[in-house]
Ligand binder design. Structure first.
Ligand code: NAD
Ligand code: TYD
Length: 354
């Protein structure tokens, strides 16, 4: 039993990888281009497992993707590789369209060719699982109901527009060619190994350094937060029990205004790292993000009623675990800060070969 997983050096992909290696007997072929967001130190214990094979490859490289499918004959692919940061998409949208849209197109085409040649029963069992975001649904007002699977797409940022484009391709490849696809749209994740350009890890690391905590606009934009391990469990459940062609919303039942998130982080830090207390003094309001979506909220009752999934972690317990992890893992933090992880390939492969 072999699974392909893309984006395994990133935040969520590495969590999926670590969970699959720790909790199943499957062989995992992990694919990552190691962009600035990909850090092989995030493989954690999976790095040492003989059931983990890392392929340093770009999902837009069609011959390479074909070779990987042919060589490993996977039973499914979980596709997480993407450009994922909204602020970066505002400054450089082309890379987002290239990786998120063209990269997904490339994988769909390669997977379709592979799937068509599979003998039964492997053909019926094959799955192409696409991991997407709630941001494709656009922005809610405070009184709007939460996003459902049937909510119309209305992406507002170059990031969410490129993810919406990839979602539409996945839908079409199922509808037109019959490829057995699965799709999930999830709210904001947080937890260990999160690259410190996103709200929660950025605030933790800035607070530890005594640097300003930059809150965009009035700080009242609302996100729903899900602990990353819960997301990884949802993805595994959908892979095993989801219905091909269906989409599933995944959420944390934890809507919070950004300023509430930052205040809660400051209180946890005051307790766990009293040297810098009170950390709230570092909060600084800065100019808003252009086109900043006001509120996201997710209705995950389909996943709950059909597949029995609920988040196990509350926002408060998850946030505490997350702060603890950043305090306990100075090596990972230092590698990210110095950019040293970017020399990993050289260190791990070229010097070893020599
Ligand atoms: P991330 O930015 O931490 O990781 C993305 C990974 O993809 C990195 O390791 C990067 O090196 C790799 N990658 C980028 N371009 C590539 C390419 N062309 N070829 C191969 N690998 C490439 O992102 P994340 O937060 O782990 O998100 C993973 C997926 O989940 C994304 O598809 C994202 O849209 C989706 N998602 C994220 C969140 C969230 O809150 N982080 C929420 C919902 C959905
Ligand atoms: P982010 O982690 O970038 O996720 P997304 O934009 O995909 O939801 O941001 C989460 C929220 O936090 C979003 O409303 C923007 C806000 N934010 C800040 O206020 N300050 C920051 O420095 C960052 C990175 C984000």
């Amino acid at each position: 039993m072999t699974l392909l997983v893309t984006g395994t050096a990133g935040f969520i992909g590495s969590c999926v990888l670590r969970q699959l290696i720790a909790e199943t007997q499957e062989t995992i072929i992990s694919i990552d281009a190691l962009t600035y967001a990909g850090n092989p130190l995030s493989f954690g214990d999976a790095a040492k497992s003989p059931r983990h094979h890392f392929e340093h490859a770009d999902i837009r490289d069609e011959p390479r993707m074909q070779a990987i499918f042919e060589r490993y004959q996977p039973r499914a692919i979980l596709h997480l590789a993407a450009e994922s940061h909204v602020d970066r998409s505002i400054h450089g949208p082309a890379e987002f369209v290239s990786t998120n849209v063209i990269g997904t197109l490339t994988l769909l085409q390669v997977a379709l060719d592979y799937w068509r040649k599979l003998p039964e029963p492997r053909k019926s069992a094959f799955r192409f699982q696409h991991i997407s975001t709630d941001e494709v649904f656009g922005s809610l007002s405070p009184s709007d109901p939460a996003f459902e699977e049937t909510t119309a797409y209305a992406p507002n940022s170059p990031y969410s527009a490129s993810k919406a484009g990839s979602d539409h391709l996945v839908r079409a490849w199922h509808h037109t060619y019959g490829l057995p696809t699965l799709m999930t749209n999830c709210s904001n994740n947080y937890g260990p190994y999160h690259f410190p350009e996103k709200l929660i890890p950025l605030m933790i690391l800035n607070a530890l350094d005594g640097k300003p905590l930059p809150v965009y606009g009035d700080g009242l934009n609302v996100r729903d937060w899900l602990y990353v391990e819960d997301h990884a469990r949802a993805l595994r459940l959908v892979l095993e029990r989801g219905t091909p062609g269906e989409t599933y919303n995944v959420g944390g039942a934890a809507e919070r205004a950004n300023i509430e998130v930052v205040n809660t982080l400051c209180s946890i830090l005051d307790e766990l790292h009293p040297q810098g207390a009170p950390h709230e003094r570092l909060i600084t309001y800065v100019k808003d993000r252009p086109g900043h979506d006001r509120r996201y909220a997710i209705n995950f009752s389909k996943l709950e009623s059909e597949l029995g999934w609920r988040p196990q972690e509350s926002f408060e317990t998850g946030l505490r675990k997350t702060v603890r992890w950043y305090l306990d893992n100075p090596d990972w933090v230092a590698s990210v800060r110095s950019g040293d992880y970017r020399h990993w390939l050289e260190k791990n492969y070229e010097k070893r070969d020599a």
